[in-house]
Design a protein around this ligand. Structure first.
Ligand SMILES: [Mn+2]
Length: 317
């Protein structure tokens, strides 16, 4: 972490009378846990109160995480609220912020912690690192570099960010995930308890995702699998369909997994996963982005056209 930027961030935290933190719209575990952990870190070390603000839904899976009740839906904050300091965590790009964007635009100073690729960074100081498996690791780096105080909630939240974004340690490409996790366990994190805390999915969601798995279509000698959640089923979906994606990935010979979600009429969310080869360029051709092996896009078109476009995009793979 850049010393000069860290110094500036600390000054801004000390000077700020109002501070807010947000992650991307429709929070996942890493975004929400990083935001709540950083909130608690600032409260504990700088004695300031912090708002955590979100747009979209918090999946039921995350309902039991520490300090969950401290995250506020953006419509419950006065629209003209002006923050001295706004910190973005795990947000991706501007387009993923949704309803919190006006608060970010209004803020006097913006800092960010992220591990997504983004060529239009918003922060005046950026603690970004694309090689990290989770943004929570960057929050942990901040704690350790500055020798900040932590408590059980902070340690658990950082660990939860790592657990969720690595798919419970399955998607790990570098050893720092394990060195960080080892240190978190030494500091009191109990991986089994934290994993159990996440076993809180909605029954309707699990059944909806299972149905999408049952109806999935296979292409290119079974290397590509495409599952679909139509508009009626989408209403029963809570979260991003990770269960369907992960289940299809367990099939022999499957290399690429795509989940099409009809979020609204002519608005299709596309989630793409790959076992071995990068697929983020395919998400980019659809107008989206993400990580090398886990990416996505939102396409404004009908389900059938998007399905065909996706199948074509994988031709020759
Ligand atoms: Mn993340």
């Amino acid at each position: 972490m850049n010393k000069k930027d860290l110094k500036l961030l600390k000054e801004k935290i000390q000077q700020a009378k109002t501070i807010a933190i947000s992650g991307h719209k429709n929070l996942d575990g890493d975004a929400l846990c990083s935001a709540l952990a950083l909130m608690r870190i600032i409260e504990l070390n700088y004695n300031k109160s912090v708002d955590v603000i979100y747009d979209g839904n918090v999946p039921l899976e995350l309902e039991n995480i520490p300090l969950r009740s401290r995250a506020t839906y953006y419509k419950h904050i006065p629209t003209d609220k002006k923050y001295d300091l706004y910190i973005l965590v795990d947000y991706g790009t501007k387009t993923h912020l949704g309803g919190v964007m006006p608060f970010v635009d209004n803020a006097l100073f913006v800092a960010e912690f992220d591990h997504h690729y983004n060529d239009e960074k918003i922060g005046a100081v950026c603690f970004d690192n694309e090689s990290k498996a989770a943004t929570a690791q960057l929050i942990y780096d901040f704690v350790r570099t500055e020798k900040l105080k932590t408590d059980k909630e902070i340690i658990d939240l950082i660990t939860l960010g790592i657990i969720t974004d690595t798919g419970q340690f399955k998607f790990v490409s570098s050893d720092d995930v394990f060195t960080d996790s080892a240190q978190l366990v030494k500091s009191g994190a109990n991986i089994t308890d934290l994993v159990n805390l996440l076993q809180n999915k909605n029954k309707k969601t699990v059944l909806t995702e299972s149905l999408a798995v049952s109806n999935a279509e296979f292409f290119y000698h079974g290397r590509l699998v495409v599952a679909t959640i139509d508009r009626a089923s989408y209403k029963k979906l809570d979260g991003r369909g990770e269960l369907a994606l992960n289940t299809l990935a367990t099939i022999h010979g499957v290399e690429y997994i795509v989940l099409l979600k009809e979020q609204k009429e002519n608005v299709i969310g596309v989630s793409i996963r790959s076992k071995t080869k990068p697929i983020n360029h395919i998400a980019q051709t659809l107008g989206g982005g993400g990580h090398l092996y886990a990416a996505g896009a939102v396409v404004s078109s009908d389900l059938e056209s998007v399905r065909n476009k996706v199948i074509m995009a994988f031709r020759g793979v």
